[in-house]
Ligand binder design. Sequence first.
Ligand SMILES: *[C@@H]1O[C@H](CO)[C@@H](O)[C@H](O)[C@H]1NC(C)=O
Ligand SMILES: *[C@@H]1O[C@H](CO)[C@@H](O)[C@H](O)[C@H]1NC(C)=O
Ligand SMILES: *[C@@H]1O[C@H](CO)[C@@H](O)[C@H](O)[C@H]1NC(C)=O
Length: 360
Amino acid sequence: MAEFVYRSVILFVLVFLILQSSGSHGQMLPAIFVFGDSFVDVGNNNYLPLSLAKANFPHNGIDFPSRKATGRFSNGKNIVDLLAEKVGLPSPPPYLSIDSDSSTSYLWGVSFASGGAAIFNTTSNPLNTQSIPLWQQVEYYLKVHDHLTKQLGSAHAQKHLSKSLFFIVIGSNDILAYSRSINQNIPPKKYVNQMTTLLKAKLKILHTHGARKFMVVGLPPVGCCPAQRIQNETRGCREDTNTWTVMYNEALESMSKELKSELKDMSYSYSHTYPLIHGFIQDPASNGFKEVKTACCGLGNLNAQFPCLPTSTHCSNRTDHLFWDLYHPTEAASRRFIDNVFDGPPQYTSPVNVRQLIAL
Ligand SMILES: *[C@@H]1O[C@H](CO)[C@@H](O)[C@H](O)[C@H]1NC(C)=O
Ligand SMILES: *[C@@H]1O[C@H](CO)[C@@H](O)[C@H](O)[C@H]1NC(C)=O
Ligand SMILES: *[C@@H]1O[C@H](CO)[C@@H](O)[C@H](O)[C@H]1NC(C)=O
């Protein structure tokens, strides 16, 4: 009993402090909730016994503060960590790592993202027997929403969530599946529209459950990742994949606009990832890179015939490479991305940058 009272007092004080401080002292917003794929997985897949999309072994994490692999597909931090750093929050923990009974842990946000996750149920990486698909990530969020509502009370929870950031990074695995000829009986335009229609329905569910500020991240030039370049004899980008990626990005930006016009109290910042990363590829030197084609960690052509495994080789200088492994950026590239969309010039974010979105 005493312990229960003690814990309740601690919880009350914590919640009080968090509600008082959000937005004023250091931290710019109360919480970040992350939905997406391996670009933003912070370790959920470590908890999926059958998943092959894992990064909880070396050389991943070689430049992480702990120097250990955490499940992030990176040499160091990923874009979630770097965004959290910018706003003064701890990096949102993996949802599957949290014991929901004991927890104040949802208060600063949580990541539902999972390597291999896709918008479509069927196009999660076929090699990947297990990941948390988008629909499941949204179901998990509904549980967190319930938990916060019980913990803070309905009005406070609503206020807390309305100032929080909902970070959405998904779609690459659906495009990669299409590039492996999965669903190519569907014309590309129709395929990308189905993607955004499904995503829109999910964002509406989040909105019904408190979400008001969305950071919607467009896809990078997927056809330029090392895994796609080795499918081109000249090692150029796979142009068909890039064409579908651009189509998807256009559909994604339009969908975000539509959503805002339908839900008046919702705001978003759309990141123009494609032109930003394409700029790095076209002019590596002025963006601080030396190598934008070959993965730092892997084996074979462009280090992209095998993933980054403990037996793979890795480059000595991770700050001059765009790609860490056959699909994912280095921490250095992720940092440049976040810097550009957080405070960035209007050509990389619309209608507002992330700092402006947070301040709304
Ligand atoms: C995906 O699978 C879930 C669970 O089986 C189901 O509820 C949902 O309707 C499916 N979504 C689509 C788009 O097929
Ligand atoms: C392969 O790369 C070259 C540039 O090096 C490009 O012109 C060509 O269209 C690419 N081929 C395919 C199939 O994407
Ligand atoms: C690594 O690359 C960066 C960017 O090109 C360069 O500034 C730095 O000096 C390099 N570090 C080492 C140890 O070579």
